[in-house]
Design a binder for this molecule. Structure first.
Ligand code: PXL
Length: 285
């Protein structure tokens, strides 16, 4: 009996603007999963703010890993998110190699809305493919999927067969499960799409559109997806749970008209995760 699953979450902690660890920890904790944070940097506010102060923690990563190895600490999952430098990619690779039996999840955080984030250099983006190559699950948004594939960000809606071919091409880079968020499909609406290479199944979940965009949305989606998979949900149910919780938070935050940089007002919605509802809003892509 292990009591509860444990995830090593390798990403930054930002004071203002809910994202990365300030989203990952409450979400996974509410799902009954222990988070062991491996902070890669401390920021006063995330990089979407016009000003922030930052302390890089790259030199903390290897000693932290060495400590966990010395203690024979087990992790059920190693999950990497926003990274601040190319050297941090090397340390993430060391974490993944040290825990070959853990579920390896790479959220290749690099950008949104067709653009890379300010701190993501060309080198950092190209090295992200080294993490993607060792992952079991990857969760890019459409911008990140385009960067990983070296494709143009789609100007309009994608057909189902284009969407499937992006999923398959990404899975050929390594991961068994590929989930892409924020995909406009030609048959109408924004979707989350997923592919499970082992049984060659394709899934889609239609998103309820809200005319707003908040920081940390991808971090929330990936965290719920990971929690759901670790609890034994199938891929479409995990996608459904992650989409439903993220939408609930987007709609709540929109109702208060908060600025996008503040992130999603998740604090009041955590009981939804604890109640662990039955879901069935997925279809085949
Ligand atoms: O949500 C992704 C993210 C995480 N961490 C930091 C960020 C961002 C996106 O801008 O700036 C510090």
């Amino acid at each position: 009996m292990t009591g509860c699953k444990r995830v090593a979450a390798i990403q930054d902690i930002s004071g203002l603007g809910r994202c990365s660890l300030t989203v990952v920890i409450p979400v996974l904790s509410a799902m009954g999963i222990q988070v062991c944070p491996v902070p890669t940097a401390v920021l006063s506010a995330h990089t979407g703010y016009s000003e922030f102060v930052m302390r890089d923690l790259t030199d903390f990563m290897k000693p932290a890993l060495n400590h966990y190895k010395k203690m024979n600490t087990e992790f059920d999952c190693v999950y990497s998110g926003f990274l601040a430098s190319s050297e941090q990619i090397d340390h993430c690779l060391e974490f993944f190699a040290a825990y070959p039996n853990a579920l390896k999840v790479v959220d290749p955080v690099m950008g949104d809305d067709g653009k890379a984030y300010a701190t993501y250099t060309k080198e950092l983006c190209s090295r992200m493919s080294e993490l993607v190559a060792v992952a079991d699950i990857i969760t890019p948004n459409l911008t990140e999927a385009a960067i990983l594939l070296g494709e143009e960000y789609p100007a309009g809606a994608m057909t189902n067969s284009e969407a499937k071919s992006w999923l398959v091409k990404l899975s050929k880079q390594g991961a068994k499960i590929v989930v892409i968020t924020s995909v406009q499909l030609a048959d109408g609406g924004m979707h989350t799409i997923g592919y499970d290479k082992e049984n060659n199944s394709f899934w889609k979940i239609k998103n309820n559109y809200v005319p707003a965009h908040y920081s940390g949305t991808g971090d929330m989606f990936a965290s719920v997806l990971i929690g759901s998979v670790l609890k034994g949900d199938s891929l479409p149910i995990a996608m459904n749970r992650a989409t439903a919780f993220t939408e609930l938070n987007v709609r709540t935050t929109y109702s208060y008209q908060r600025h996008w940089t503040e992130g999603l007002m998740l604090e009041g919605q955590l009981p939804w995760l604890i109640s662990y509802q039955e879901l069935g809003d997925y279809t085949n892509l």
